[in-house]
Design a protein around this ligand. Structure first.
Ligand code: DGP
Length: 123
């Protein structure tokens, strides 16, 4: 399925500097910033700067340089937020079933406490 990118989404506005953010790390192709509604002591979002809706969109269409940069940025955030020792979780929600709110690829990096089981049983 071809994805259509909506450049009015909130993360596109953050990337254009129209909305402020608490930046953790910025690289050539990626931005890491604190989630506005943190669900753990550490809750950082890592996004590519390119117009990708979700993970499979990015993984299939981004350049090798973007993919390497994005993954290394996640790794740097894990290290700089001190999560290697205690552990962490990375999550990327996609589409309706994934309950994705913002249609620009983002990886949630969560840690700083025991996070519980991955999914709650719901319906
Ligand atoms: P998701 O459900 O995976 O699409 O998560 C979207 C996340 O984005 C959610 O945890 C809250 C966060 N968020 C929404 N708007 C803003 C914003 O304006 N700034 C920041 N820093 N985070 C936001």
């Amino acid at each position: 399925m071809p994805y259509t990118y909506d450049d009015q989404n909130i993360f596109a506005k953050i990337l254009r500097g129209e909305i402020p953010n608490a930046t953790v790390l910025e690289t050539e192709h990626s931005l890491a910033f604190r989630d506005i509604q943190p669900q753990a002591p550490v809750h950082v979002l890592v996004i590519p700067k390119g117009p990708y809706v979700c993970y499979d969109h990015f993984a299939s269409e981004a350049s090798d340089a973007e993919i390497v940069d994005f993954n290394r940025t996640i790794s740097e955030v894990v290290k700089s937020e001190g999560l290697q020792e205690g552990g962490y979780r990375i999550i990327s929600n996609a589409g309706e079933a994934g309950v994705q709110e913002v249609p620009h690829l983002h990886i949630h990096v969560l840690g700083g406490r025991v996070l519980g089981r991955m999914l709650q049983r719901a319906g």
